[in-house]
Design a protein around this ligand. Structure first.
Ligand SMILES: NC(=O)c1ccc[n+]([C@@H]2O[C@H](COP(=O)([O-])OP(=O)(O)OC[C@H]3O[C@@H](n4cnc5c(N)ncnc54)[C@H](OP(=O)(O)O)[C@@H]3O)[C@@H](O)[C@H]2O)c1
Length: 274
């Protein structure tokens, strides 16, 4: 496979979920590769701290936009703000997202809808609103533009006790791969990243700290897998970091659904400690 190093130097990359975990990892990698940053999440203090760190370490110019991405109008407000600031986005990383854990019938309905709003609704709206910018950047400067959507290993099968989360990530995987095809001749690098358990705040937010299926990866491992994929001439439609997880993703799509459901269901019983 040929290489065509992803080089966003001189462009602007927008990272959602930049206040924690993988979002911080992406912000560092993109800054190191010479992109200016737009940092989006709710916790403004963390975004501002990161902006200072990126400026000191890489000389990056960051724009901090604190925003609740569960708002119905989040994408349009964000894009209007970017327009007012005269910012053209060349790379979009949709990392904001969260999971909820438990039997669906017992979970807070408002929180479940928030999960759909952040993981699916706003990701879709933001991608559609910024895609023309990404394509324009790719056209002007080949290998400088990318769309990276955070799906999950949970995208490859239903996830009992994380039903909405699994479904939301299946959506992200399907949606992103379809866009990969639609834009494949435009020079835009599109991929869905599908990590297993990564050591971030994710499990604390999901109130499910005991279960890390297959053990934890580090943020750095996910960064290496993502940027190795982006550096390829033909970017894969999805990336599964880690050999063991790659095998798991394959097997789970081949195994009978009842077997998959029983296996995952047994391992994710609320209250069980692995
Ligand atoms: N960690 C894992 O095991 C794992 C595995 C597979 C996939 N993923 C996916 O990777 C992505 C990043 O997760 P992570 O592991 O980095 O988790 P994390 O450390 O909990 O970070 C989640 C980020 O999403 C932001 N966010 C959540 N709700 C938001 C809202 N309503 N409005 C704006 N921002 C919001 C958070 O920012 P604020 O709280 O400041 O708003 C935070 O920056 C997610 O899409 C997740 O589903 C994670």
């Amino acid at each position: 496979m040929g290489r065509a190093t992803y080089n966003p130097i001189g462009t602007t990359a927008l990272v959602t979920g930049a206040s924690s975990g993988l979002g911080i990892g992406y912000a560092h990698q993109l800054a190191e590769r010479g992109a200016d940053l737009v940092l989006v999440a709710r916790r403004q203090d963390r975004l501002e701290g990161l902006a200072v760190e990126l400026a000191e370490k890489y000389g990056t110019e960051s724009t901090v936009i604190p925003m609740d991405l569960a708002r119905a109008d989040a994408a349009s407000v964000l894009v209007a703000d970017l327009h007012d600031r005269g910012v053209t986005v060349g790379t979009l990383v949709n990392s904001a997202g969260f999971g909820t854990y438990g039997n669906f019938v017992d979970l807070d309905p408002a929180r479940e809808m928030e999960e759909v709003d952040v993981n699916v609704r706003t990701l879709t709206a933001l991608t559609q609103a910024l895609l023309p910018d990404l394509l324009k950047t790719a056209l002007e400067n080949p290998h400088s533009a990318a769309l990276v959507n955070l799906a999950s290993l949970a995208a490859f099968q239903p996830v009992p006790h994380m039903a909405v989360y699994g479904a939301s990530k299946a959506y992200v995987l399907s949606f992103t791969e379809a866009l990969w095809y639609e834009t494949r001749r435009a020079g835009l690098k599109v991929t869905a990243v599908c990590p297993g358990s990564v050591r971030t705040e994710f499990r604390r937010v999901a109130q499910n700290e005991e279960a890390a299926y297959g053990g934890y990866m580090e943020v750095d491992d996910v960064m290496k897998a993502t940027f190795a994929a982006l550096d390829r001439a033909s970017v894969p439609p999805h990336v599964v970091p880690g050999a063991q997880n790659t095998v798991y993703a394959r097997l789970t799509t081949l195994a009978p659904r009842r077997v998959v459901l029983a296996t995952i269901g047994r391992h994710s019983i609320p209250g069980r400690t692995n």
